[in-house]
Design a protein. Structure first.
Ligand code: TYM
Length: 324
Protein backbone atom coordinates (compact mmCIF):
# COMPACT_ATOMS: atom_id res chain seq x y z
CA UNK A 1 0.00 0.00 0.00
CA UNK A 2 1.22 3.50 -0.85
CA UNK A 3 2.07 5.78 2.07
CA UNK A 4 -0.32 8.67 2.59
CA UNK A 5 0.38 12.35 2.08
CA UNK A 6 -1.82 15.11 3.44
CA UNK A 7 -1.56 18.85 3.25
CA UNK A 8 -3.80 21.88 3.45
CA UNK A 9 -3.91 25.57 2.68
CA UNK A 10 -6.21 28.37 3.78
CA UNK A 11 -8.48 29.77 1.08
CA UNK A 12 -7.18 33.30 1.27
CA UNK A 13 -7.49 33.77 -2.49
CA UNK A 14 -5.08 33.16 -5.32
CA UNK A 15 -1.90 31.33 -4.38
CA UNK A 16 1.45 33.11 -4.49
CA UNK A 17 4.89 31.93 -5.44
CA UNK A 18 5.68 31.42 -1.74
CA UNK A 19 2.94 28.79 -1.57
CA UNK A 20 4.15 27.40 -4.87
CA UNK A 21 7.87 27.10 -4.11
CA UNK A 22 7.38 26.24 -0.44
CA UNK A 23 4.64 23.63 -0.70
CA UNK A 24 2.61 23.12 -3.87
CA UNK A 25 5.63 21.98 -5.89
CA UNK A 26 5.89 19.06 -3.51
CA UNK A 27 2.14 18.39 -3.60
CA UNK A 28 2.54 17.81 -7.33
CA UNK A 29 5.78 15.87 -7.11
CA UNK A 30 4.43 13.41 -4.54
CA UNK A 31 1.33 12.45 -6.51
CA UNK A 32 2.79 9.44 -8.31
CA UNK A 33 4.58 7.82 -5.42
CA UNK A 34 2.06 8.44 -2.62
CA UNK A 35 -1.61 8.37 -1.92
CA UNK A 36 -2.20 12.14 -1.74
CA UNK A 37 -4.96 14.17 -0.10
CA UNK A 38 -5.00 17.96 -0.39
CA UNK A 39 -7.46 20.08 1.51
CA UNK A 40 -8.70 23.64 1.30
CA UNK A 41 -9.01 24.44 4.97
CA UNK A 42 -11.97 26.83 5.11
CA UNK A 43 -12.57 26.28 8.83
CA UNK A 44 -8.99 27.26 9.64
CA UNK A 45 -9.55 30.40 7.56
CA UNK A 46 -12.35 31.42 9.89
CA UNK A 47 -9.85 31.94 12.71
CA UNK A 48 -8.67 35.11 10.96
CA UNK A 49 -11.49 36.04 8.57
CA UNK A 50 -14.12 38.37 9.88
CA UNK A 51 -15.78 38.95 6.53
CA UNK A 52 -16.58 35.61 4.89
CA UNK A 53 -18.21 37.14 1.81
CA UNK A 54 -15.27 36.18 -0.41
CA UNK A 55 -14.76 32.68 0.94
CA UNK A 56 -16.48 30.73 -1.85
CA UNK A 57 -14.76 32.75 -4.54
CA UNK A 58 -11.40 32.26 -2.81
CA UNK A 59 -11.94 28.52 -2.70
CA UNK A 60 -12.56 28.44 -6.47
CA UNK A 61 -9.50 30.59 -7.14
CA UNK A 62 -7.34 28.23 -5.10
CA UNK A 63 -8.57 25.10 -6.81
CA UNK A 64 -7.88 26.75 -10.15
CA UNK A 65 -4.29 27.39 -9.06
CA UNK A 66 -3.89 23.86 -7.76
CA UNK A 67 -5.20 22.23 -10.91
CA UNK A 68 -3.22 24.60 -13.12
CA UNK A 69 0.09 23.73 -11.45
CA UNK A 70 -0.58 20.05 -11.99
CA UNK A 71 -2.60 18.59 -9.13
CA UNK A 72 -4.54 15.80 -10.77
CA UNK A 73 -7.91 14.74 -9.30
CA UNK A 74 -7.35 11.39 -10.98
CA UNK A 75 -4.38 10.83 -8.69
CA UNK A 76 -5.06 12.97 -5.62
CA UNK A 77 -8.09 13.74 -3.50
CA UNK A 78 -8.83 17.48 -3.51
CA UNK A 79 -11.53 18.68 -1.16
CA UNK A 80 -12.83 21.43 1.10
CA UNK A 81 -12.35 20.83 4.83
CA UNK A 82 -15.90 21.68 5.96
CA UNK A 83 -17.33 19.18 3.46
CA UNK A 84 -15.96 16.39 5.64
CA UNK A 85 -17.47 17.33 9.02
CA UNK A 86 -15.87 14.32 10.76
CA UNK A 87 -12.79 16.50 11.15
CA UNK A 88 -14.63 18.74 13.60
CA UNK A 89 -15.62 15.80 15.76
CA UNK A 90 -12.07 14.51 15.82
CA UNK A 91 -10.83 18.04 16.59
CA UNK A 92 -13.06 18.11 19.68
CA UNK A 93 -11.84 14.71 20.81
CA UNK A 94 -8.17 15.57 20.32
CA UNK A 95 -8.80 18.80 22.25
CA UNK A 96 -9.49 16.67 25.32
CA UNK A 97 -5.98 15.21 25.33
CA UNK A 98 -4.05 18.35 24.39
CA UNK A 99 -2.64 20.38 27.30
CA UNK A 100 -3.46 24.07 26.98
CA UNK A 101 0.15 24.90 27.84
CA UNK A 102 1.31 23.19 24.61
CA UNK A 103 -0.98 25.42 22.58
CA UNK A 104 -0.18 28.68 24.32
CA UNK A 105 3.52 28.29 23.62
CA UNK A 106 3.13 27.83 19.84
CA UNK A 107 4.96 30.78 18.22
CA UNK A 108 2.33 31.22 15.48
CA UNK A 109 -0.35 31.68 18.14
CA UNK A 110 1.69 34.45 19.76
CA UNK A 111 2.19 36.06 16.33
CA UNK A 112 -1.54 35.94 15.60
CA UNK A 113 -2.33 37.59 18.92
CA UNK A 114 -0.10 40.48 17.87
CA UNK A 115 -1.48 40.53 14.32
CA UNK A 116 -5.17 40.51 15.25
CA UNK A 117 -5.41 41.72 18.88
CA UNK A 118 -9.10 42.59 18.38
CA UNK A 119 -9.91 39.01 17.38
CA UNK A 120 -8.08 36.56 19.64
CA UNK A 121 -10.67 33.82 19.32
CA UNK A 122 -10.75 30.35 20.83
CA UNK A 123 -10.21 28.85 17.37
CA UNK A 124 -6.78 30.47 17.16
CA UNK A 125 -5.60 28.57 20.23
CA UNK A 126 -6.99 25.33 18.85
CA UNK A 127 -5.60 25.91 15.35
CA UNK A 128 -2.85 23.25 15.62
CA UNK A 129 -5.31 20.75 17.11
CA UNK A 130 -7.54 21.16 14.07
CA UNK A 131 -4.46 20.70 11.88
CA UNK A 132 -3.65 17.52 13.76
CA UNK A 133 -7.21 16.32 13.22
CA UNK A 134 -6.84 17.04 9.49
CA UNK A 135 -3.74 14.90 9.34
CA UNK A 136 -4.61 11.96 11.57
CA UNK A 137 -8.14 11.61 10.19
CA UNK A 138 -6.42 10.24 7.08
CA UNK A 139 -3.55 8.58 8.98
CA UNK A 140 -1.17 10.63 6.87
CA UNK A 141 2.56 10.15 7.26
CA UNK A 142 4.11 12.72 4.94
CA UNK A 143 3.11 16.37 5.19
CA UNK A 144 4.46 18.71 2.49
CA UNK A 145 4.55 22.22 3.99
CA UNK A 146 6.65 25.35 4.10
CA UNK A 147 8.98 26.06 6.98
CA UNK A 148 6.44 28.30 8.75
CA UNK A 149 4.29 25.24 9.48
CA UNK A 150 7.00 23.29 11.32
CA UNK A 151 5.91 24.35 14.85
CA UNK A 152 2.39 23.10 14.02
CA UNK A 153 3.76 19.84 12.72
CA UNK A 154 5.83 19.38 15.86
CA UNK A 155 2.70 19.79 17.94
CA UNK A 156 0.80 17.37 15.70
CA UNK A 157 3.51 14.81 16.40
CA UNK A 158 3.22 15.38 20.14
CA UNK A 159 -0.56 15.05 20.11
CA UNK A 160 -0.28 11.91 17.98
CA UNK A 161 2.21 10.37 20.41
CA UNK A 162 -0.02 11.22 23.34
CA UNK A 163 -3.07 9.68 21.67
CA UNK A 164 -1.17 6.54 20.73
CA UNK A 165 0.27 6.05 24.20
CA UNK A 166 -3.09 6.67 25.91
CA UNK A 167 -5.42 4.72 23.64
CA UNK A 168 -3.34 2.39 21.44
CA UNK A 169 -1.10 2.82 18.49
CA UNK A 170 -3.35 3.77 15.59
CA UNK A 171 -1.78 6.87 14.10
CA UNK A 172 1.57 7.14 12.31
CA UNK A 173 3.65 10.10 13.46
CA UNK A 174 3.39 12.70 10.68
CA UNK A 175 6.59 14.01 9.20
CA UNK A 176 7.06 17.35 7.46
CA UNK A 177 8.45 17.37 3.95
CA UNK A 178 10.12 20.58 2.83
CA UNK A 179 11.06 21.75 -0.66
CA UNK A 180 14.44 23.27 -1.45
CA UNK A 181 12.71 26.66 -1.00
CA UNK A 182 11.02 26.18 2.38
CA UNK A 183 10.80 29.89 3.19
CA UNK A 184 10.18 32.40 0.43
CA UNK A 185 10.54 36.01 1.50
CA UNK A 186 8.19 38.67 0.22
CA UNK A 187 8.84 41.70 -1.95
CA UNK A 188 10.03 43.62 1.12
CA UNK A 189 12.91 41.13 1.31
CA UNK A 190 12.40 40.76 5.07
CA UNK A 191 9.24 38.92 6.04
CA UNK A 192 7.64 35.73 4.76
CA UNK A 193 5.81 36.17 1.48
CA UNK A 194 2.13 36.28 2.38
CA UNK A 195 -1.11 37.73 1.17
CA UNK A 196 -1.79 39.27 4.57
CA UNK A 197 1.50 41.17 4.45
CA UNK A 198 0.73 42.36 0.91
CA UNK A 199 4.25 41.42 -0.22
CA UNK A 200 3.34 38.54 -2.54
CA UNK A 201 3.49 37.69 -6.24
CA UNK A 202 0.45 35.67 -7.24
CA UNK A 203 0.91 32.79 -9.66
CA UNK A 204 -2.07 33.98 -11.70
CA UNK A 205 -0.85 37.53 -12.39
CA UNK A 206 -0.52 38.59 -16.02
CA UNK A 207 2.98 39.14 -17.46
CA UNK A 208 2.56 42.89 -17.14
CA UNK A 209 1.31 42.70 -13.56
CA UNK A 210 4.25 40.47 -12.68
CA UNK A 211 6.75 43.01 -13.99
CA UNK A 212 4.97 45.78 -12.06
CA UNK A 213 4.99 43.74 -8.83
CA UNK A 214 8.62 42.62 -9.11
CA UNK A 215 9.71 46.21 -9.77
CA UNK A 216 8.42 47.20 -6.32
CA UNK A 217 10.73 44.69 -4.61
CA UNK A 218 13.44 45.80 -2.23
CA UNK A 219 16.92 44.55 -3.10
CA UNK A 220 20.33 44.71 -1.44
CA UNK A 221 19.90 47.52 1.14
CA UNK A 222 23.63 48.32 1.05
CA UNK A 223 23.49 49.14 -2.67
CA UNK A 224 22.30 52.72 -2.79
CA UNK A 225 23.61 53.91 -6.15
CA UNK A 226 23.68 52.20 -9.52
CA UNK A 227 27.48 51.98 -9.47
CA UNK A 228 27.75 50.52 -5.96
CA UNK A 229 28.84 46.88 -6.00
CA UNK A 230 25.96 44.58 -4.96
CA UNK A 231 25.78 41.70 -2.50
CA UNK A 232 23.71 38.96 -4.09
CA UNK A 233 23.91 36.70 -1.03
CA UNK A 234 21.76 39.12 0.99
CA UNK A 235 19.37 40.00 -1.84
CA UNK A 236 15.97 38.34 -2.07
CA UNK A 237 15.75 38.98 -5.83
CA UNK A 238 18.93 36.98 -6.27
CA UNK A 239 17.47 34.19 -4.14
CA UNK A 240 14.44 34.07 -6.42
CA UNK A 241 16.72 33.97 -9.47
CA UNK A 242 18.05 30.78 -7.90
CA UNK A 243 14.71 29.14 -8.64
CA UNK A 244 13.54 30.96 -11.75
CA UNK A 245 16.88 31.50 -13.54
CA UNK A 246 19.03 28.62 -12.22
CA UNK A 247 21.43 28.63 -15.17
CA UNK A 248 22.13 32.33 -14.94
CA UNK A 249 22.69 32.76 -11.22
CA UNK A 250 26.52 32.71 -11.38
CA UNK A 251 26.51 35.23 -14.15
CA UNK A 252 23.96 37.47 -12.39
CA UNK A 253 25.94 37.30 -9.14
CA UNK A 254 29.18 38.27 -10.90
CA UNK A 255 27.53 41.15 -12.76
CA UNK A 256 25.83 42.36 -9.57
CA UNK A 257 29.06 42.28 -7.53
CA UNK A 258 30.91 44.25 -10.22
CA UNK A 259 27.99 46.69 -10.67
CA UNK A 260 27.71 45.73 -14.33
CA UNK A 261 24.03 45.14 -13.74
CA UNK A 262 21.72 47.38 -11.71
CA UNK A 263 18.86 46.29 -9.46
CA UNK A 264 16.26 47.46 -11.96
CA UNK A 265 17.80 45.30 -14.72
CA UNK A 266 18.07 42.41 -12.32
CA UNK A 267 14.39 42.68 -11.39
CA UNK A 268 13.42 42.94 -15.06
CA UNK A 269 15.31 39.68 -15.70
CA UNK A 270 13.58 38.02 -12.75
CA UNK A 271 10.11 39.13 -13.89
CA UNK A 272 10.83 37.74 -17.36
CA UNK A 273 12.05 34.44 -15.91
CA UNK A 274 8.94 34.17 -13.71
CA UNK A 275 6.71 34.87 -16.70
CA UNK A 276 8.44 32.19 -18.77
CA UNK A 277 8.24 29.62 -15.95
CA UNK A 278 4.59 30.31 -15.17
CA UNK A 279 3.34 30.66 -18.76
CA UNK A 280 2.04 27.08 -19.14
CA UNK A 281 0.45 27.23 -15.67
CA UNK A 282 -1.27 30.51 -16.47
CA UNK A 283 -2.55 29.15 -19.79
CA UNK A 284 -3.98 26.04 -18.15
CA UNK A 285 -5.55 28.20 -15.46
CA UNK A 286 -7.28 30.42 -18.01
CA UNK A 287 -8.69 27.34 -19.75
CA UNK A 288 -9.89 25.78 -16.48
CA UNK A 289 -11.56 29.02 -15.44
CA UNK A 290 -14.09 28.49 -18.23
CA UNK A 291 -15.21 25.20 -16.64
CA UNK A 292 -16.85 26.04 -13.28
CA UNK A 293 -18.91 22.85 -13.28
CA UNK A 294 -15.77 20.74 -13.61
CA UNK A 295 -14.19 22.55 -10.63
CA UNK A 296 -17.33 21.99 -8.53
CA UNK A 297 -17.39 18.29 -9.51
CA UNK A 298 -13.73 17.83 -8.54
CA UNK A 299 -14.47 19.11 -5.03
CA UNK A 300 -17.68 17.13 -4.61
CA UNK A 301 -15.99 13.92 -5.67
CA UNK A 302 -12.96 14.69 -3.48
CA UNK A 303 -15.12 15.22 -0.39
CA UNK A 304 -16.99 11.99 -1.07
CA UNK A 305 -13.75 10.00 -1.30
CA UNK A 306 -12.21 11.71 1.74
CA UNK A 307 -15.31 11.06 3.81
CA UNK A 308 -15.12 7.31 3.31
CA UNK A 309 -11.67 7.31 4.95
CA UNK A 310 -12.69 9.87 7.60
CA UNK A 311 -15.70 7.91 8.83
CA UNK A 312 -13.62 4.78 9.26
CA UNK A 313 -10.93 6.54 11.30
CA UNK A 314 -13.42 8.39 13.47
CA UNK A 315 -15.17 5.15 14.36
CA UNK A 316 -11.86 3.60 15.32
CA UNK A 317 -10.97 6.63 17.45
CA UNK A 318 -14.30 6.54 19.27
CA UNK A 319 -13.88 2.85 19.97
CA UNK A 320 -10.37 3.39 21.31
CA UNK A 321 -11.54 6.27 23.50
CA UNK A 322 -14.37 4.20 24.92
CA UNK A 323 -17.14 6.28 23.37
CA UNK A 324 -18.71 3.35 21.55
P1 TYM B 1 -1.13 28.43 4.44
O1 TYM B 1 -2.46 28.56 3.78
O2 TYM B 1 -0.63 29.60 5.20
O3 TYM B 1 -0.05 28.09 3.35
C1 TYM B 1 -0.17 26.98 2.48
C2 TYM B 1 1.18 26.32 2.29
O4 TYM B 1 2.10 27.24 1.70
C3 TYM B 1 3.27 27.34 2.52
N1 TYM B 1 3.74 28.73 2.46
C4 TYM B 1 5.01 29.09 2.24
N2 TYM B 1 6.13 28.37 2.03
C5 TYM B 1 7.29 29.04 1.84
N3 TYM B 1 7.36 30.40 1.83
C6 TYM B 1 6.28 31.17 2.05
N4 TYM B 1 6.37 32.48 2.02
C7 TYM B 1 5.03 30.51 2.27
N5 TYM B 1 3.78 30.94 2.51
C8 TYM B 1 3.01 29.84 2.64
C9 TYM B 1 2.82 26.98 3.92
O5 TYM B 1 3.88 26.53 4.71
C10 TYM B 1 1.80 25.89 3.63
O6 TYM B 1 2.42 24.65 3.47
N6 TYM B 1 -1.96 25.86 8.62
C11 TYM B 1 -1.76 25.69 7.20
C12 TYM B 1 -2.87 24.88 6.51
C13 TYM B 1 -3.17 23.55 7.09
C14 TYM B 1 -2.37 22.37 6.99
C15 TYM B 1 -3.12 21.35 7.64
C16 TYM B 1 -1.13 22.12 6.43
C17 TYM B 1 -4.30 23.20 7.76
N7 TYM B 1 -4.27 21.88 8.08
C18 TYM B 1 -2.60 20.06 7.74
C19 TYM B 1 -0.62 20.80 6.55
C20 TYM B 1 -1.36 19.80 7.19
C21 TYM B 1 -1.72 27.07 6.56
O7 TYM B 1 -2.31 28.01 7.06
O8 TYM B 1 -1.10 27.13 5.35
Amino acid sequence: MKRRVFSGARPTGRQHIGNYLGAIQNYVALQDEYDCIYCIVDIHALTSLEDTGELQRNIREMVLDWLAVGLDPGKSILFVQSQVPEVMELYTLLGMITPLSWLLRVPTFKEKVKLQPHNVNYGLVGYPVLMTADIVLYKAEVIPVGEDQLPHLELAREITRRFNSSFGDIFPEPEAKLTSFPLVLGLDGKSKMSKQAGNDIEIALSDKETVKRVMTALTDPARRYRNDPGHPDICNIYRLHGYFSPRQTDDIAARCRSAKIGCVDCKQLLAEAINIALKPIRERRAALATEPQYIADVLTDGARRARVIARKTLKEVKQKMGLI
